[in-house]
Design a protein around this ligand. Structure first.
Ligand code: ADP
Ligand code: F6P
Length: 465
């Protein structure tokens, strides 16, 4: 029988820590498995000395198959090529990319190793869904091992224009290998368009309605903005208001307005620029001094990578400096914490916040923005301030959309949000909530998988889920 085989670098094997891990992909993949059964395949999260032990664990409808990575593989594939080359370039930060031939070899080696292990478990009818930039050449590796399955790919992060993609050393090896997928999905129309332009410019491939003929077969490109479990998250937020930790935070605010930021500690999230904007706000809106608290929750991420260590140090220093300059004995403007919280706690904190400050310099989607909207009390909602460079801006048009590089305009938006009349807050919130309820995570997974199996010339050759 046809089963779903999801492949991603991170796998959310159910355990105690799972509800406190930061990262959008895991929640999305879990939704794909609602009402479906199959395999979730990827890295165990463990680094071992030499061997790569494969672990299998079945839970409900999912069999989790995970591999440990050797130190060398982790260094070259994950810390190296995936996160010091692909991540910065795909986030328009060519200046931060640190390429080495060795890391590229490690990346290809791990992709081949994934393909070897998948080869052992993949049935001819299985539908394969590969996620994210860690695994771009995986379909090619699977095809080389004889697999003609429907294989789809979804990129959770942005795809820059070809002028920037071509700065990726050996892009001509990697980017065209995406054509071995049957369907390549992106977060926004801009990302899909950028990829199509790359294929036209670098590979001479032209498309009709995002359908490309590649070596006699059709490869399709699609736009699938990833969503959240909107209704369930709204319920969670309602119930979490009474959680002891959320109550404690509210009591500690002593009536001050709460501004919240929740981000993995990543330079793409624009936290340094955001702190500068908050400082500009304190400077220009002196009437709010002592009456507002900005809580920035930023769990550490990819901490072994120098650019991440640098941004962590920079943010800590900036928060300390602003608190020193503007704080009083009885008031600290910025509360900065590096830990992860349960989804329930986050939901309760979002709901307690009058302003959600989400200002990435570039982001594939940004689920925090959507979670903030879903968590609000519709009768008295807070205001979302959202970067125009987050994928979520396409669906959250009623947010206060800002340019994160312009601290003065973000400061003005904070002032506007805090002063916004109730009727306007309600209208903006309702418009966004309705969109997010229609395009929730279930709709996203269903639409991608339906599209992946729709290819006319292949229908009948493989089973349907
Ligand atoms: P990314 O995938 O780049 O990390 P997203 O905003 O799309 O960014 O997704 C982040 C996910 O991680 C969200 O679901 C968010 O709730 C979760 N998250 C972020 N920070 C924390 C935290 N401190 N504790 C728990 N979960 C977090
Ligand atoms: O959204 C991009 C992404 O890389 C996801 O794949 C992942 O859930 C998240 O960021 C966290 O990153 P990492 O797996 O490197 O901790």
């Amino acid at each position: 029988m046809a089963q779903l085989v999801v492949v991603s670098n991170r796998v959310a094997v159910p355990d105690k820590a799972a509800s406190q891990r930061a990262g959008g992909l895991e929640v999305a993949v879990n939704a794909a498995f609602k009402d479906r059964s199959g395999i979730w395949f990827g890295w165990s999260g463990k680094i071992t000395a030499h061997t790569r032990i494969t672990t299998q664990k079945a839970h409900d409808n999912i069999t989790y198959i995970t591999l440990d990575l050797s130190r060398e593989d982790h260094k070259e594939y994950y810390n190296g090529f995936a996160n010091r080359v692909l991540w910065p370039i795909l986030h328009y930060r060519v200046d931060l990319a640190e390429f080495s031939q060795r890391d590229l070899s490690g990346y290809l080696r791990v992709n081949n190793h994934f393909a070897d292990e998948l080869h052992k478990v993949l049935g001819p009818d299985d539908i394969v869904w590969v996620h994210d930039y860690h695994l771009m050449p995986l379909a090619k590796a699977l095809r080389e091992r004889g697999h003609a399955n429907h294989i789809g790919f979804f990129l959770h992060i942005p795809c820059p224009p070809p002028e920037m993609l071509t700065a990726l050393p050996h892009h001509d090896l990697l980017v065209p290998s995406l054509c071995d997928y049957d369907l390549v999905g992106f977060q926004t129309g801009d990302d899909a368009f950028n990829f199509s332009r790359y294929l036209a410019r670098e590979c001479g491939l032209h498309n009709r309605d995002f359908n490309f003929m590649v070596d006699g077969r059709t490869m399709r490109v699609g736009v699938f903005p990833v969503g959240i479990e909107t209704e369930a998250f709204a319920r969670l937020a309602r119930d979490s208001e009474r959680m002891p930790l959320v109550r404690k935070v509210l009591v500690s605010l002593a009536g001050r307005a709460l501004i919240i930021g929740v981000d993995r500690l990543d330079y793409s999230k624009g936290m340094l620029h955001r702190l500068a904007a908050f400082e500009a706000f304190l400077k220009t809106h002196s009437q709010w001094r002592g009456k507002v608290t900005y809580l920035q929750i930023a769990p550490k991420s990819r901490a072994e990578i120098p650019e991440y260590a640098d941004i962590a140090a920079g943010i800590g220093a900036a928060a300390g400096r602003i608190n020193g300059a503007y704080g009083e004995a009885e008031w600290t403007p910025i509360r900065y914490v590096n830990r992860a919280y349960s989804r329930a706690t986050l939901a309760g904190l979002y709901r307690a916040a009058r302003v959600g400050l989400v200002t990435p310099l570039r982001d594939g989607m940004n689920l925090v923005a959507k979670e903030y909207v879903a968590a609000q009390d519709p009768d008295d909602p807070g205001v979302l301030i959202l970067s125009q460079f987050a994928g979520a801006a396409h669906e959250c048009q009623e947010a206060l959309l800002v340019n994160p590089y312009d601290p003065d305009s973000v400061a003005a938006a904070i002032g506007q949000a805090l002063a916004m009349p109730l009727a306007e807050r309600r209208a903006r919130h309702k418009a966004m909530f309705d969109v997010l309820a229609r395009h929730d995570i279930q709709a996203w997974a269903d639409r991608f998988l339906a599209d992946l199996q729709r290819e006319p010339e292949l229908l009948g050759r493989v089973g349907r889920l």
